[in-house]
Design a protein around this ligand. Structure first.
Ligand code: P6P
Length: 334
């Protein structure tokens, strides 16, 4: 099949057999994420009209309760995945504990679990900056036929079977991997279909962009400070360009296309950094590695970190392989 104008649905069908666990359930799961992405996209794009439609907590002109968009996104993703009767449990940044999905699966036969950040960077919505949804998919490890437990969620990132993000930007894209490379699909809002626009996405091995909140510079470890000064030094292909928009999905997406590094290090203010291991760092690390990039906490591969709790945070360095390795070198030698 010609890949020009291939829809996400056609791509899933064409590539179904290449997925080693192929049984169609993962395809149906990706399809449920596709539906939720379109529903959330519609609401995110209306956000600027909230004054007309009613502020959060009010009832809008349709008489609907105006919800915070991250709460809305959380509900929509959980709802669509539940209805497809594929997952046995979901963990979310918006939920204190994991949500066991038993509604249509009273015999606990479903074998996938999903972890999501339903609307990362949602504080940017008020200033019209792109935001994103991040998702991570595993097979359960406890016996099928029993209720899902926390053990199913505390798996290392190297056990992921799929991961991806939706970026609600100048266009809305779904970018994901099932372990066979990274592909990007752009939504045509006129007809509500995603089209393969970025096949086989790859991080350039080198880049000229570094993304970090330099307002925290004085709180960073010495190795990170040394790497930032390296990026700014007038020599060879430097100084690099600093680009940081406070939205992980957007900074990651730009760096994957152009080459670059994103860092959210630990600091004296955030001893483990800010980003969550299970539903931010692991899925972005899976994508990065599948796109010839790299992701670590400065010393350890992100996907090899043993999780201990659902919402734990880790320092995060991710992007073009040579840039991540240079940052790791400064961290080792600090
Ligand atoms: P800071 C958004 O809240 C987020 O989780 C990421 O998307 C973003 O890169 C980071 O936090 C921004 O955090 O502390 O620099 O504002």
């Amino acid at each position: 099949m010609s890949h020009t104008n291939q829809t996400l649905g056609e791509f899933i069908i064409e590539n179904q057999s290449s997925f080693k666990y192929t049984s169609g359930e993962l395809s149906r799961l990706i399809n449920s994420i596709r539906l939720a992405a379109k529903v959330v996209n519609h609401e995110v794009n209306k956000a600027g009209l909230v004054d007309i439609l009613g502020a959060v907590g009010d009832t809008n002109i349709q008489g609907e309760n105006q919800q915070k968009l991250d709460v809305y996104a959380n509900e929509k993703f959980i709802q669509t995945m539940t209805k497809r009767n594929i997952v046995c449990g979901i963990a979310s940044e918006e939920e204190d504990d994991f949500v066991a999905i038993n509604s249509q699966d009273e015999n606990h036969q479903n074998k996938y679990i999903v972890l999501i950040d339903p609307l990362d960077g949602s504080s940017n919505i008020d200033v019209n900056v792109s935001v994103g949804t991040i998702f991570s998919v595993y097979r359960r490890v406890t016996p099928v036929g029993t209720p899902v437990t926390i053990e199913d969620f505390l798996q290392k990132g190297n056990q992921q079977v799929a991961a991806g993000y939706v970026i609600y930007g100048t266009s809305t894209m779904l970018v994901y991997t099932t372990g066979d490379g990274v592909n990007g699909f752009t939504l045509n809002p006129a007809i509500g279909s995603f089209y393969l626009s970025h096949p086989n996405m790859q991080f350039p091995e080198d880049g000229q962009i570094y993304s970090v909140n330099e307002g925290n510079y004085i709180h960073f470890p010495k190795g990170i400070k040394d790497f930032i000064k390296y990026c700014q030094k007038e020599e060879e292909d430097r100084p690099y360009t600093s680009r940081y928009i406070g939205s992980l999905v957007s900074d990651f997406h730009r760096n994957m296309i152009k080459g670059g590094i994103y860092m959210y290090p630990k600091s004296s203010k955030n001893m483990n950094g800010k980003l969550r291991l299970l539903y931010e760092c692991n899925p972005m690390a899976f994508l990065a590695e599948q796109a010839n990039g790299k992701a670590s906490d400065g010393f350890t591969r992100i996907m090899d970190i043993e999780p201990t709790e659902l919402h734990e945070r880790v320092p995060f360095i991710c992007g073009s392989k040579n840039m991540v390795e240079k940052a790791e070198e400064f961290m080792r030698n600090a």
